[in-house]
Design a protein around this ligand. Structure first.
Ligand SMILES: Nc1nc2c(c(=O)[nH]1)N[C@H]1C(S)=C(S)[C@@H](COP(=O)(O)OP(=O)(O)OC[C@H]3O[C@@H](n4cnc5c(=O)[nH]c(N)nc54)[C@H](O)[C@@H]3O)O[C@H]1N2
Ligand SMILES: Nc1nc2c(c(=O)[nH]1)N[C@H]1C(S)=C(S)[C@@H](COP(=O)(O)OP(=O)(O)OC[C@H]3O[C@@H](n4cnc5c(=O)[nH]c(N)nc54)[C@H](O)[C@@H]3O)O[C@H]1N2
Ligand SMILES: [Mo]
Length: 762
């Protein structure tokens, strides 16, 4: 049985080189790295063609992050270094087909690194791994669809199938995919969002009635105070730095709340401003609040307590009119904070009174406040409560639903938000299901489906499941790699619609399929002609995306075509008679159905096509709070802080600069000064000294949860400027250490930013 190399220990580590972390992001270095990647991988012509069409109003949407494109003028190169890497990785001319798989057995491939697997090129034809076989072999599309349909039909009941989605699927593909799953009879639609912004969606829904952000790019430029919390935009949302730069130039104050002093928040050099490309820069964050891992909930409660004290003193801090007219639960919130002592709050936050007071003063001075956040808040046991506590501060100040103010969860995958809008969720509301049923004369199941963590547990406990994935790399992205590997191996069939080879193709069910699809950069021709698709970005703007490059292989199908091909073979009854062929022929007919099922999509075919797209309605933006009370709810949560116990440390698993989630583009993390290796652990120098660990010393890392111990071996220590008590490692390698049971309360997002670990010398 091949290993899962996340668990494999390499024999040696010899390439690490460490230098001082960078003091800015962007600049000419970013341009150089972007072009080197695009042109090196895709070839000069293909790379250049791809980049000139990237994020243009008539081009294709960047497959990297979900940060919106500028509303007005766009420059000729509307992309960042990491967008260029994502496109280069997809646009590569190298191919992985029958010859490749004949040469390399599964066992051999499983020994290779994620970096090596991605480097091999684009998946070029459908492949099957038959029962007991050592190699994948080619299969026709028809036979592949029949195989999946046959396996689905032989299940005892529909809930034995699991349909995972990653966040790159277009709205059109996502809508049909959930229709397929529901037509088959299950709501088992786990997605990457379960591991990402699920906590934000849940918290915002409870607090303000909509699980999405409430601000626009224009708001950010108008804000006086911008908080960037648990987010590393220099690497993960580089185009956000342009917006922060604009906000800063208009006088905004920027506060970073993060254990690390990330280079992108220190200063930014705009690669397209000549002076800045040549060495100039704009300092960004005015204040770095170096909260220890998981200290945020206590910090936000402390700021709330301080604001209420100031209100007592001055009487002008709480927006009394807003609180009275638009909110519920203020009294309970006040009482809760009055009953929580300063000692408790400061101790739990790991910060001093003066840091709390300074942030409270900044809140008290302005109403135009925007809070941006990402995984540093969402991936903790107390994530939902933390985000509600952050929202409480906005409610106190009335800093929501007005120009320049509001909540800004910064999404990850480029269409993860759109996929949710289209119904990729294990418990869509009744209104959606009823509309879907009406449109297609079907009866969608009403029983909630499984989320990601529940799906893993279900596959682990039961043999014979069918696991189908529309994109993503389930094995490597999910927690507890060893546990998840067993879950996938228990399946009867694992099938992946993918662009690139990854670990999930190598740790399989009894039978496995690779169904290769077009990438977003590629032309999508169907019998009615060239097709375009649509996506929704992090700020709720829906717009079109048209692939431009010649597909890397003629055998590829679009995600839409794959879903349709499968649905018409696998579904019986009414669902089987849906016009799947018509959808495949002409995607505008999919958008017509979406318009009738999903609110906010009136005149969809036309509006998604207009340059720059259009905003979806968002009630909270207009101060209509569609919650259970009809008002914005103050959230009252007791402090639930994860503390490192018994001399342990709290591990945050983070991204390097050279990766997109589980896709590893290179071995460097340039801004943090790390080159050549990914098996590193960042720690405070005093914590290292206390354990008698020197720089670059080799260690093993053990994690602890309830009675369980997990281990990942052979990492090198990097003493780093960070608060005591926390350490950081890169995901996906560190996922072996994240316990399946360690999840956020309510959202069940793996708590992969606060894992109890011990670091031991080898
Ligand atoms: N190039 C590139 N772009 C990407 C991705 C990628 O992998 N590569 N991934 C995409 C996806 S799917 C997502 S979700 C986003 C992720 O974007 P981010 O959320 O920026 O990604 P992470 O590396 O997980 O970084 C989390 C940040 O939170 C901080 N942090 C960790 N623990 C805590 C804590 O307890 N409190 C606070 N305040 N901060 C903490 C870390 O120091 C780090 O700076 O990026 C998207 N964009
Ligand atoms: N420890 C730890 N674990 C984490 C995180 C963390 O911070 N720490 N972050 C979590 C987060 S925020 C997320 S979003 C998940 C990500 O989880 P996933 O979305 O499952 O993982 P990715 O690495 O983004 O998926 C990459 C694969 O998607 C396929 N792909 C790329 N483009 C396309 C396309 O256009 N169509 C199709 N069909 N396939 C495509 C390629 O084959 C590629 O190998 O990981 C989560 N896991
Ligand atoms: Mo994500």
């Amino acid at each position: 049985m091949p290993n899962t190399p996340n668990e494999n220990t390499p024999e040696t580590l010899k390439n690490l080189s460490v230098s001082k972390p960078a003091e800015k992001a962007g600049g000419s270095g970013a341009v150089y790295h972007a072009l080197r990647h695009a042109i090196g991988k895709a070839g000069i012509a293909r790379g250049k063609e791809a980049l000139t069409k990237l994020n243009q109003k008539t081009g294709f949407d960047c497959p990297s992050c979900a940060w919106p494109d500028p509303d007005g003028h766009r420059s000729a190169f509307e992309f960042c270094e990491n967008g260029a890497k994502a496109v280069a990785s997809e646009a590569t001319a190298a191919k992985v087909g029958a010859g490749f798989f004949a040469k390399h057995s599964i066992a051999e491939l499983a020994e290779r690194s994620d970096y090596w697997l991605d480097q091999q090129g684009r998946l070029a034809e459908p492949m099957v791994l038959r029962e007991g076989a050592s190699h994948y072999e080619p299969i026709s599309w028809d036979a592949a669809f029949d195989l999946v349909a046959g396996e689905l039909r032989s299940l005892k009941e529909p809930n034995e199938a699991i349909f995972y989605t990653s966040g790159r699927a277009s709205n059109e593909a996502a809508f049909l995919y959930q229709l397929f799953a529901r037509g088959f009879g299950t709501n088992n639609l786990p997605d990457c969002s379960n591991m990402c912004h699920e906590s934000s969606g849940l918290a915002l829904k409870e607090s303000i009635g909509v699980g999405k952000g409430t601000v626009t790019l224009e708001d950010l430029r108008e804000a006086d105070l911008v908080l960037v919390i648990g987010q590393n935009p220099g690497t993960n949302h580089p185009r956000m730095l342009t917006t922060l730069q604009q906000a800063k130039e208009k006088g905004a104050r920027i506060v970073s709340i993060n254990p690390l002093r990330e280079a992108g928040l220190v200063a930014f050099a705009h690669p397209q401003r000549v002076r800045q490309a040549l060495g100039g820069k704009t300092p960004l964050a005015d204040t770095f609040i170096r909260v220890p891992a998981n200290g945020d909930q206590a910090l936000f409660q402390a700021v709330g307590k301080r604001l209420l004290e100031l209100e007592q003193e001055r009487g002008d801090v709480v927006d009394a009119d807003f609180v009275k007219v638009f909110t519920a639960g203020f009294q309970a919130y006040k009482e809760h904070l009055a009953g929580t002592s300063w000692v408790t709050l400061l101790e739990a936050s790991g910060l001093s009174q003066s840091v709390v007071d300074e942030l409270a003063d900044a809140f008290a001075k302005s109403k135009r406040i925007i809070s941006c956040w990402a995984m540093g808040l969402t991936q903790h046991r107390n994530a939902v409560a933390t985000i509600r506590d952050l929202t409480n501060l906005h409610l106190l100040r009335g800093a929501i639903g007005i120009k320049g103010a509001g909540m800004c969860p910064v999404r990850g995958h480029s269409n993860v938000q759109g996929d949710r809008t289209m119904g990729i969720w294990e418990h869509m509301p009744e209104t959606f299901l009823a509309a879907l049923d009406r449109e297609f004369s079907i009866q969608s199941p009403r029983k909630s489906g499984l989320n990601t963590v529940q799906a893993i547990r279900d596959m682990k406990a039961n043999e014979g499941r069918v696991f189908f994935a529309l994109g993503g790399n389930f094995l490597s992205a999910t927690p507890d790699t060893g546990y998840t590997a067993k879950a996938l191996r228990n399946c009867r069939l694992t099938a992946h619609v993918s662009t690139k080879l990854n670990r999930s193709h190598l740790v399989t069910g009894t039978v496995a399929l690779i169904l290769p699809c077009l990438g977003r950069s590629e032309r999508d021709e169907q019998t009615s002609g060239a097709q375009w698709v649509s996506v929704e970005n992090s700020m709720g703007i829906v717009h079109s995306s048209s692939g431009q490059l010649k597909p890397v292989s003629e055998a590829l199908k679009s995600e839409v075509a794959i879903v349709c091909g499968l649905a018409k073979r696998a579904l019986k009854g009414r669902a089987g008679r849906i016009n799947w062929d018509g959808f495949e022929r002409d995607y505008s007919s999919i958008r017509d159905s979406i318009e009738r099922v999903v609110p906010g999509f009136r005149n969809y075919n036309k509006r998604a096509r207009q340059p720059g797209g259009y905003y979806l309605p968002n009630a909270a933006k207009e101060r209509r709070f569609e919650t259970d009370t009809g008002k914005a709810n103050f959230g009252v949560g007791s402090l639930d802080v994860e503390r490192a116990q018994d001399g342990r440390l709290l591990l945050m698993t983070i991204r390097s600069h050279d990766q997109f989630n589980t896709t590893i583009y290179g071995m460097d993390d340039r801004y943090r000064g790390v080159r050549g290796e990914r098996r590193v652990i960042f720690m405070n120098a005093e914590d290292a000294k206390e354990r008698e660990l020197s720089a670059e010393e080799q260690v093993d890392v053990f994690s602890y949860f309830e009675e369980e111990e997990r281990v990942s071996r052979l990492y090198q220590v990097i003493p780093y400027d960070m608060p005591r008590g926390c350490v950081a490692m890169y995901f996906p390698e560190a996922n072996t250490l994240v316990p399946i049971g360690h999840v956020a309360t309510g959202s069940e997002t793996p708590a992969s930013k606060s894992v109890q670990v011990e670091v031991r010398k080898r």
